[in-house]
Ligand binder design. Sequence first.
Ligand code: HPA
Length: 236
Amino acid sequence: MATPHIDAQPGDFAPCVLMPGDPRRAQRIAERLMPDAHLVTDVRGMLGFTGTVAGRPLSVMGSGMGQPSLTIYATELFRDFGVERIIRVGTAGGVAPSVQVGDLVVATGAHTDSAMNQARIPGVSFSAVADFHLARAACEAAEREGARPHVGTVISRDHFYLTPEGQTQRLADYGVLAVEMEAAALYGVAAEFGRQALAVLTVSDHLLDHSQNMSAAERETRFDGALRLAVAAAHS
Ligand code: HPA
């Protein structure tokens, strides 16, 4: 049965969904990974595809930007379409000095300034953490291909443009690797439904070091690396 935001039937989605923010990136990922990919939903232009990778089913669907948008899609996928795993594949801004543009980040936990997870357990500061087995599978896949992702925490912020003075430096002091806008909510929804989630991020810029840059071609190559880790985790 269709849900308010996903016009598909149970069984249209694979148990594992890769989730970029941008729906057109979802289409490019689906076409790149799965010759047999077919469109399963396009409500509000939020494209979702299902196909197979090496004979195993996989879906790819956009989340939109920010925690409210992702939460709507992740909730409906887990609750109504039998999805077991969602792996966010997106971009992030570097925060830690060790992080370079083009690097990969496996986000084992996500701090947030958002109120979304505050509503979950009254009186509790919810810990938004990735599924350990998915994170381990992504790291093992990286090791097999000689890649060296950063592994640790990110910050999922609500504002893209408004940042309290000194906050980014303080996050760097606490070892936070990068900033993005969705992982904390994804980990919260996965906990709510007892399912698995992970974010594998490609660093597209650096908030404290503006000298770093990446060409469009390099960006695609690096993004392919993130996809390989995500698929390995999805099918682990
Ligand atoms: N915030 C700031 N910079 C970024 C982000 C973000 O969410 N994503 C990529 N670069």
